[in-house]
Design a protein around this ligand. Structure first.
Ligand SMILES: [Zn+2]
Length: 495
C-alpha cells in the first residue's frame, strides 16, 4: 500500500494566522516541498488576490520548466468564477470545495442538498471541459450525513473525477467517526476513484485521524509542513509520513532525509516557530535529558528511542542539565579531548550539578571552563574580541564593525544584517571563514524585567558532526551574543 501525499502548506498552511508569503517565497517553498516527493500540491487560492495569482502562475511556470513534479492544484469554491481564475493561472487541477454538512448548506449557504449537487455537477463539467483534474472536497465532511456523502461519492464516480476528499474542517472528528465514514465510502470508491482525507488538529487528533483514514481505505492524505494551517493547523506531513512508514509499515515515498531541512526552512520563511517538543521536527525530538535514559541509550538505543534519528539524517543528542548523568558529561569531555581521572571527574560533575541546581543552563562551554579550573588547565582562547561597534535605527541598515585577535593576528570586518546582532555575527563569520560550522540555534532570556534587564544568550553551533553550545551574559544583547558566539567558536577551534 502506498498512500499518496497532498501537501497544502501553500494554501491551508498559508491560512495560519500571522503568515504572509510573497510570490517568490511561495515558489521557493513549492520547490522545497516538491523535493520531498509529494504527489499533489495545493498551491493557493487563485480567486483570493492578484498576488496569489502571480504566485500560482510562477509555480506553474516552474513545473513547465521541468522543475517540479507534483500535480498542482488551486483551491476553488463551487463557483465558475473561482475555477476560471484557477484555470487562467495554468494549474493542473482544482481542489473543489463543496459544503456537505447541513449546518454549512443551510446556515452558511442558505440552500439545499439538491442544489449543492446540481452546482457540483455544473462545476465539475466546466472543469472537465477545460481539461482540469478535479479533487472534490466535502467541506465539513466529518459532520455530514453519511448517506449524503455516499450520494456525493456516487455523483463523483458518475462524473469520472479524480479524487473525493473528506475534510474534517472543524477538527472535531474522532477515530470512530473517521472509521465509520471511510468504512462506508471505501468499498464504493474502490478502483473507481481515489479517496482523500483532510484533518485539522483542534483536538490534537489530526495525525491519528489521518492514519485511521488511511487504514480504512483513504488513498490520499492531506498534510502541511510543521502542521501549519487554519486555527490549530492541519495534519503535519512529518508525523503522518513517519507514523505510516515506521509504525504501520506502509510504503511511503517521502524523502525522510530531507524532512528536517524543509521543516526548518518553512519555520524560517513563515516566522512560525516549531515547538521544541514537537514530534519529529522539534529541537528536542531526538534529545535525551535524563541520566537514566542516556545510560540506557548508550547500551542500546532502542531502550529509550522511538525511532533512529538517522532516518531523518540527524543524530541523537544528550543534553546537559540538572538531570544529566555522568555518561553525558563524560561524552562531552571526551569530545573535547579532556582527560580526567575518577576523582577529578567526580569534582567536575559535582560542580556542574551544583550550577544546574542553581538554575544555570549548562553548555559545553561551562563544561570546558569547569574542567579547566578543576584540572588546572590553562585556557587557550584563539579568538579574542578586541573591538565592537554595532548600530541600528529606523530607516537605517543595521551594521556592525568587529575587530578580533585570531591567533595573535588582528582582523577586522564590517557587515550588515537584519539587526545589530545579525550584523555583528555576520562580521565574525567573515573573519572566521575558515572555521567549518553551522549556526543552528540562538536563544535569549531576559534575566530580569525592565529595559535595563540583563540578558543571557545561548547559541548552538554544529561542526564536524558535533553540536556545541555556549553562553554569553550581560546587559548588552549584542555583546552577550558576540561573547556566546566567540565562546562557541573557541570550543570548535580548540577541540
Ligand atoms: Zn483545511
Amino acid at each position: 500500500m502506498n498512500p499518496k501525499f497532498l501537501d497544502t502548506t501553500l494554501r491551508d498552511g498559508e491560512q495560519t494566522p500571522g503568515i504572509v508569503l510573497k510570490p517568490e517565497d511561495k515558489v521557493e517553498i513549492a520547490k522545497a516541498i516538491d523535493g520531498l516527493g509529494v504527489d499533489f500540491m495545493e498551491i493557493g487560492s487563485a480567486i483570493s488576490s492578484a498576488g496569489e495569482r502571480e504566485a500560482i502562475k510562477k509555480i506553474c511556470d516552474e513545473k513547465k520548466k521541468g522543475n517540479l513534479n507534483a500535480l498542482l492544484l488551486s483551491f476553488a469554491r463551487i463557483k465558475k468564477e473561482d475555477i476560471t481564475y484557477a484555470l487562467n493561472c495554468g494549474v493542473d487541477g482544482v481542489f473543489l470545495v463543496a459544503p456537505t454538512s447541513d449546518i454549512h448548506i443551510k446556515d452558511k449557504l442558505n440552500t439545499t442538498r439538491e442544489n449543492v449537487k446540481e452546482t457540483i455537477t455544473e462545476c465539475i463539467e466546466f472543469c472537465k471541459s477545460n481539461g482540469l483534474t478535479v479533487d472534490l472536497c466535502c467541506e465539513d465532511g466529518s459532520r455530514s450525513d453519511i448517506n449524503f456523502l455516499k450520494e456525493i461519492l456516487n455523483l463523483a464516480v458518475e462524473l469520472k473525477i479524480d479524487r473525493l476528499t473528506i475534510a474534517d474542517t472543524v477538527g472535531k472528528a474522532t477515530d470512530e467517526k473517521i472509521s465509520e465514514i471511510f468504512g462506508v465510502l471505501s468499498p464504493v470508491a474502490k478502483s473507481k476513484i481515489l479517496l482523500g482525507v483532510h484533518c485539522h488538529d483542534d483536538f490534537g487528533l489530526a495525525t491519528a485521524n489521518t492514519i485511521t483514514a488511511a487504514k480504512n481505505g483513504a488513498d490520499v492524505v492531506d498534510v502541511t509542513i510543521n502542521g501549519l494551517g487554519e486555527r490549530a493547523g492541519n495534519a503535519p506531513l512529518e508525523e503522518v509520513a513517519s507514523a505510516l512508514k515506521f509504525l504501520y509499515n506502509y510504503d511511503v515515498s517521502i524523502d525522510f532525509k530531507k524532512i528536517l531541512t524543509v521543516s526548518k526552512y518553512i519555520e524560517k520563511i513563515t516566522g512560525i516557530g516549531i515547538a521544541r517538543n514537537k514530534a519529529i521536527v522539534g529541537e528536542n525530538a531526538f534529545t535525551h535529558g535524563a541520566g537514566i535514559h542516556v545510560d540506557g541509550i548508550l547500551k542500546n538505543p532502542a531502550t529509550y528511542e522511538a525511532i533512529n534519528p538517522e532516518n531523518f539524517n540527524t543524530e541523537r543528542k544528550f543534553v546537559l542539565g540538572k538531570l544529566m548523568g555522568r555518561k553525558t558529561v563524560m561524552n562531552v569531555l571526551e569530545e573535547m579531548n579532556i582527560k580526567a581521572n575518577d576523582e577529578q571527574f567526580t569534582e567536575i560533575f559535582k560542580k556542574l550539578q551544583f550550577m544546574a541546581d542553581k538554575g544555570t543552563r549548562i553548555t559545553n562551554f561551562d563544561v570546558r571552563q569547569v574542567a579547566n579550573t578543576m584540572l588546572n588547565l590553562s585556557e587557550k582562547r584563539e579568538i579574542l574580541l578586541k573591538g565592537l561597534t554595532a548600530f541600528s535605527g529606523y530607516v537605517t541598515q543595521p551594521m556592525a564593525s568587529v575587530t578580533l585577535l585570531v591567533n595573535g593576528e588582528e582582523k577586522r570586518a564590517i557587515s550588515i544584517g537584519n539587526g545589530p546582532v545579525d550584523a555583528a555575527i555576520n562580521a565574525i563569520r567573515n573573519i572566521c571563514k575558515d572555521i567549518p560550522f553551522e549556526f543552528i540555534g540562538y536563544h535569549v532570556d531576559a534575566i530580569s524585567g525592565g529595559s535595563e534587564a540583563g540578558v543571557q544568550v545561548e547559541i548552538k553551533l554544529r561542526s564536524k558532526g558535533k553540536t556545541i553550545s555556549a553562553r554569553g551574559v550581560g546587559t548588552d544583547i549584542v555583546l552577550a551574543s558576540v561573547e556566546a558566539f566567540l565562546n562557541g567558536l573557541n570550543l570548535i577551534v580548540s577541540g
